[in-house]
Design a protein around this ligand. Sequence first.
Ligand code: ADQ
Length: 748
Amino acid sequence: MTRVARFILALIVGLALLTWATSGVVQTTAREWFERDVNSRAQLVLIGARQSLADTWNDPENLQRQLAALARDEHVMGAAACGDDLSTRSSTPGFPIEFSCSEVGSRVRGADAAAGNASQGFSEWSTVSTLPAGRVYVSAMPVWSQGQEIGFAILVQDLSYIDRRVSAAQTFLIVVFGILAIMAFGIPLLVAKRARSDWSLELRRMLRGGGKQSREFQPILSDMRELVGRMANERENAPGLWTAVRLKQTLNRHLHGERIVILANREPYIHQHAASGGVEVQHPASGLVTALEPIMRACSGVWIAHGSGNADRETVDRNDHVRVPPGEESYHIRRVWLSEEELQGYYFGFSNEGLWPLCHMAHARPVFRAEDWHQYSIVNQKFADAVCKEVDSKDPIILVQDYHFALAPAMIRKRLPAATVIVFWHIPWPNAEQMGICPWRNEILEGLLGSSILGFHTQLHCNNFLDSVDRYLETRRDQEQNAVVMQGHRTLVRPYPIALEWPVHWVETADSVEDCRAQVWRDFGLKPDALLGIGVDRLDYTKGVEERLLAVELMLERHPEFRGRFSFAQLAAPSRTKIERYRLLNETIEQLAERINQRFGKKDYKPIIMLRTHHEPPEVFRFYRAADLCFVSSLHDGMNLVAKEFVAARTDLKGVLVLSEFTGAARELTEALIVNPYDQEECCEALATALTMPEDEQRDRMRSMRSILVQFNVYRWAGKMLVDAARLRNQERVAGRIAERSSVGAAI
Ligand code: ADQ
């Protein structure tokens, strides 16, 4: 029983007892009062009538009339006149026979004797008696004539009306108590209900941030805020799955629906003139785009990028905006146009012939040209200006992507000092010695230190960056926070290993594994018992494609059982073809593939299937799902998303990943066959092991790697980074307010 029910029951029992006790008292008291009243009335009546009775005592007709006059009162049942010999001289009709003159006379005389009167006369007497019709009050009084007692008169009064009145009074009392009980419960209940609803309305209004905050709510409000904050923090750090919805909710809490601004060289959708006429949309082969596009779809905002497609200008509005993804249109791209000269110096020159080989240990010598550096600076400023135009507050959150924009963070900070700039460096960061060879190393480091947060894939890359700063700049290092403080501005340096969306929508929409396999087998004329390995890359020397093909060649040499059975399909998206080193790579790869095909190929068997063209994601995923193994042999790679995509594609838990130890991915996907791509023997054996691996083992390894991808997905990656940025901005806002107040205080 609830506490309230117990309280109500106790109250009802209490009130019932009180009503019962009160009604008893009321009954007794009322009855006494009424009877006393009847007694006095009887006396008055008899005293008043005594003389007239005496005068008509011997005149029976008049005596009868006198008695009838006495009985006219509605409560008098009858009256009688009795002689001194106790005979009835006269009585009204219907006088109760129970009170005959002889009966009452003995009592009247007896009363006189009992009163100690020695005479045999009559005295006053009264009693209450019960007749079948109800209770009556009987009173008698002597009658004198000329000083002589001549008899007595009897008056019988009806008392039943008293009982009726007493019972009516009792009923009234119970009704009054009932009404009181209802009011006693009802009114407080109504008042409490009203107060509670007013209270909760007021509280809700305040929690939503409206209304005046009354003092009585302060303690509860601060408790609630603390609780809500704690719960939200727990949810953000909870081990549960990060999804697009969770990311959106987290960002809404921290960024209150603000737009996200991304600055990246590559746009996620490129408009190209199709050979058949018209315009087609292309999804570029880029790890950066693969990772960031799901974030934009989830959160919306603007992606600022170089408009590189030959139909890009035709598809933008007058602000150079185009809404994407086609059909979904959840965010927009702002295209920035670059001249040939700018593109040559900034993109092909300094970014890809300077910084790219500088940051990757792939033994390609970086080329640093002053003109390239000049264009790099100009273009960084151009993009920084575009960012400042697109933001809609003075302290926006801006995500700057990759090595193309090392100078932009400081340029943005100069124009928007309160902006929170997150830079994510998608490629490795070299050690301090290597960094030292760049003639503009200081400018690059200072440019990056304009950011609020600088993210890398691994802790090793963070350490390399911090070492470079220590070596070349005058800064202060905050060891505890892993931050660098330069001229009062702090930059946090953190690892945020990049990941894939989960589930990957290309996998969700793909055909079954069996169908993918059947399609690939049909397209390339593979025998039913054939085994297929794949490599998927932009054609870049850091990806170790040469080393990969050499390992396949060695494997076919060492393991003749795979000749005629094993084919390796290399999907190679042409990349940076304007650069000599990339053109050379194209030729080398082509020649190498030809040589292996000549050496081991037959009329109906081609060991290397070279697919040197861009493939749209559905096609790439068809290969992932069809293959027996995927070989990622990067010589140095920030993360490498191909490795993760292959694992994500294998919903059947089959297939083996052979992965270079020099990728960031190798730190997470430890159940892959990890190899040193420079070690041809090791790679050759790993390929053979992969092709003979029992299905049970394949499943165990796949299951374990997939569990990592589910948890550490791109929503978590973005969520962690953006929440860190939002917290940092909050701290800076508070610090700004404190500084403002203390400067006002000092001025006073
Ligand atoms: P990338 O060097 O571009 O990325 P990677 O991470 O492997 O390398 O991503 C390549 C992407 O392009 C994948 O999504 C893949 O499917 C796609 N792709 C590759 N070849 C393709 C082809 N032939 N046709 C079509 N699509 C193809 C940089 C860094 C990486 C880092 C990412 C993300 O160099 O180390 O993992 O950024 O931060």
